[in-house]
Design a protein around this ligand. Structure first.
Ligand code: THU
Length: 134
């Protein structure tokens, strides 16, 4: 099935649904994310923009902060969806946050019809700054 990762919960479908809630009034670039916890719970997020542009928060960080605030601490996978032909990978800030709390997540990138990329977070953030260095 196009857009299905074929493993367990359809995380991509959840990210597509989450994207519909994006508040992207300035960029018109809507993003959805779905994060899977170790117990199989799916926590979603979308980007939320602000007239003070720098206060914008990406879909991935919304999903992770929601999950953390609900008590989840162990994560396996994240799916990220945008309506683009080319994959939309997480920005640098999101990579750092995802690494801190999710470790070497499996990262599935997709658009509204297809999967466009499959990565490990450690490949997207090859030399991370983290607590081991403090
Ligand atoms: N954005 C995300 O939510 N996640 C990404 O992976 C890339 C960028 C958002 C931030 C902003 O609201 C819009 O996309 C354009 O940068």
């Amino acid at each position: 099935m196009p857009g299905s990762d074929g493993v367990g919960v359809d995380l991509v479908a959840a990210a597509r649904r989450a994207r519909e809630h994006a508040h992207a009034a300035y960029s018109q670039f809507k993003v959805g994310a779905a994060l899977e916890t170790a117990d199989g719970t799916v926590v979603t997020g979308c980007n939320i923009e602000n007239a003070s542009y720098g206060l914008t928060i990406c879909a991935e960080r919304v999903a992770m902060f929601k999950a953390l605030s609900e008590g989840h601490r162990t994560f396996t996978r994240i799916a990220i969806v945008a309506d683009t032909e080319a994959p939309t990978p997480p920005c640098g800030a999101c990579r750092q946050i995802l690494w801190e709390f999710g470790g070497d997540l499996e990262v599935t990138l997709a658009n509204l019809s297809d999967i466009t990329g499959l990565h490990r977070l450690k490949d997207l953030l090859p030399l991370p700054f983290d607590s081991r260095l403090l």
